[in-house]
Design a protein. Structure first.
Length: 255
């Protein structure tokens, strides 16, 4: 990861046609102790719908959550989504794209993750479908042990999966899929094609997206503290929402 010092402690002023790619947890929403404790308020849904209209439909949420979980949280169909760090994606036409993984490797990964979680009750096991995550927010002392075990498991599975580190979580995701790949796939399609990309995220899982955006000379925006490839920075989810609301207001849309 090429680390940049953010140009400014704020986000850029945007001009011209843009395509927006937004992470969810930690970016638009505050992080919760458990993924299932998160809810999305009506104001955020209204803001996203207004931003989508202002961007001519070129808005996608890029999340580690499964698409079914994001739909449940939004309670509003029709958003372009990439879930499980790009292992599944719903495009503007509503077509679903899913990454094929070895069923045998996935079942072995599930079995081993279940053993780890049973050994340490403070861990939270999240089975997303083709991604598996162990959250250790309630047991931070287990970080090194969990990361070592998951790295070892990834090696045993013969390249089918890669390790993805995040905030108090270690995850296995299918090889060759990440948030940068998902954004690149959207940018090949209508209505994203030809628009300058903007990606906002907060975690290590978002760094591939930042690096892609930088190569495309778009705007990469990191939320919160920590080293990052992003070139701009906002302090928290409230600041992200305020920035997006300003973009909507300048477009003449109503959130």
């Amino acid at each position: 990861m090429q680390v940049h010092k953010a140009r400014f402690e704020n986000a850029p002023e945007l001009r011209g046609p843009r395509a927006f790619f937004l992470d969810l947890d930690g970016t638009l929403l505050d992080i919760a102790d458990h993924p299932h404790q998160v809810s999305i308020d009506a104001d955020l849904v209204g803001l996203l719908e207004a931003l989508r209209r202002a961007a001519g439909g070129a808005l996608a949420l890029i999340s580690g959550r499964p698409i079914a979980d994001i739909d449940r949280l939004l309670a509003r169909p029709g958003f372009c989504l990439a879930g499980q760090h790009g292992a599944e994606r719903r495009d503007f036409s509503g077509t679903m794209h899913r990454h094929d993984v070895s069923r045998a490797a996935l079942e072995e990964a599930r079995r081993r993750f279940g053993m780890m979680a049973a050994r340490h009750p403070a861990l939270v096991l999240e089975d997303k479908g083709v991604n598996l995550a162990l959250h250790f927010r309630a047991a931070p002392a287990l970080r090194a042990e969990m990361q070592e075990m998951v790295h070892g498991l990834a090696g045993e599975l013969g390249g089918e999966f890669e390790v993805q580190l995040g905030k108090m979580v270690v995850e296995l995701r299918p090889s060759g899929k990440d948030k940068g790949v998902a954004i690149a796939e959207f940018l090949e399609e209508t209505p994203f094609r030809g628009r300058a990309p903007v990606f906002v995220g907060d975690d290590l899982t978002d760094e591939p997206g930042f690096e892609l955006i930088n190569r495309l000379e778009g705007h990469s925006v990191k939320v919160g503290e920590g080293e990052s490839a992003a070139r701009w920075r906002l302090p928290d989810s409230a600041a992200v929402r305020a920035w997006l609301a300003g973009i909507v207001a300048r477009s003449g849309e109503t959130a």
